[in-house]
Write a protein of this length. Sequence first.
Lengths: 503, 125
Amino acid sequence: MAFVQNFPFISIVLSLFSGPLSSVLGGKKAKWVNLAVITLIGAMSAAVLAFVLGTGEPYVYRMGHFPAPWGNEIRVGVLEAGMALFFCVVMLLCMLGGERERALELPEGKQNLYYVMVNLLLCSLLALIYTNDLFTAYVFVEINTISACGLIMIRQNGRTIEAATRYMIMSLLGSGLLLLGICFLYDLTGHLLMSNIKEQVGLLYAAGAYRVPLLVALGLMSVGLAIKSALFPFHAWLPDAYGYSTLSSAAILSSLVSKGYIFLLVKIFFRVVGFEVVRESGVLNILFVFGLAGMIMGSVSAIQEKNVRRMVAYSSVAQIGYIYMGFGLGSLSGVVASVFHVLTHAATKSLLFISASGLTDSSGDSKQIADLTGAGFRNRLAGLAFTVGSLSMVGIPAFSGFVSKLLFAQAAVEGSFVKMLPALLVLAVSTVLNALYFMKTVITLYTPARGERFSGRGFCRIGLWEQPAKTWAMLCLIVLNLILGLTSEPIIELIRDGLAMFE
Amino acid sequence: MDLSNLLSNYEEGVAMLLFGIGFSNLLLHKNLIKKIIGMNIMDTSTYLFLALKGYIVGRKAPIVTDGITSASAYVNPIPSGLVLTGIVVSVSVTALMLSLTIRLYRRYHTLDLDEISTLLKKEGK
């Protein structure tokens, strides 16, 4: 066994133990520990990715060397390692970008607690990516929820506590359903390891036995995870949670936390139940309908919103809708498009949050879109970054959003006629709606602020290197966006290979 | 519809009924404490379901007694293990929810989540 193969396990344990370690360190030291841990885990994930690409096949890592039906396993393929690397990069940039806000907004002496939460969050995300055991996944889903709740409420004001409470309520509903689904599946198959469950489900399905309980289990797990990742009707907590928490929390929550659940759902589809069974069960049709509704309703709410942070938050609802619509198409290319959109959304939404905060800084800390008039001239890089993010979300070629929309459209055309028409129609309408509110904001940014209305608002210029951490974060995220947009071919190939390795 | 299955598995039916009660309490009640109670009912019903599924009539708890080592003498220990893990999770989640409730109550002097939302809108921050 090559030493590299231990890295997934080491990275989970490393982030797990750096959490408690941060709780006894001071704020500054905890920050450096956190940055070092994320960087180190990113490097290890890159090494794992290189290793798996080299061997060309996934490998299973037995925890404690207990053999298959009894022991707990980690399973690593191309997609898992690539996701882990990507999550680390985005998380690092989110932490960098929100550094100044954390120092200003978090209560004195509680800074280190923030890093406890971030480390545990990273641990749970990695575990969700790598684990091959369904119950372990459930436990880490809960850890993910609790640490995300901490990230929302650590900036203490009424809004965040209320948002954290609503978030917890929705998440608990979701995890209750997920747990029940897992219990059903365990009851039917007698296994908790994903590969063993899949074998048994295949046998049951071929024999035509227990069709209804199987359908119920699958439905419970899908709906549970959909609730947790804020699919359309379950998004009430989202705008407050993203709009009023501290910057890095908002960026991490929108770009990573919900994606962890979505990745688990992909794993359940491919590794636990089998995509054929999922496709025939009709559960995907429900996700399809809710995804379409989310694409429209999220954008409609975003258009009505006057607060820039909440507008970007509502746009997340629409983007989650895209992802579930891709699953709902029920074809492999649909899932590939969804997974690519996970990457797109993570890279773009964190860029939008960070640049929006750069713009509000230069506009006297007002978050109202009307007050951002001319902010693109006062903080040039943030203006550019927000424009790039907007163009990517709208789907202009050269940016990552274009590639995912193209993939969605292709997948829709390949699929059945019944789904093709609504998918393409809603895709078009949603794009127009996206363009409406994003372009409106960009135009506001580049309208010169002259006249009485804008005097005495505390407008100020922010130079390129006044906030170096944020500048680096924005530059890297812009580059990440362009990489996803311009060299999408190998990345799509990687996703395809990874999904093939799931089988 | 064949109801004889339901009758012979009425315990599981009870567990599902409790799950429904807990779920709708957590979703629909305005009062935060009642929501938390609902959550606990929901979680407990899942543990009841798991425990029922792990139990086999006439077998003993999986602790070796009187030197009987044959596996057929004992029930499956894994569901009990899962229940224990689940209890740990739900205790910590309950603690977190209660602490959030205390924070909200200290600020707004009410446990009604909708009322808190209206108060927040009035604050207008």
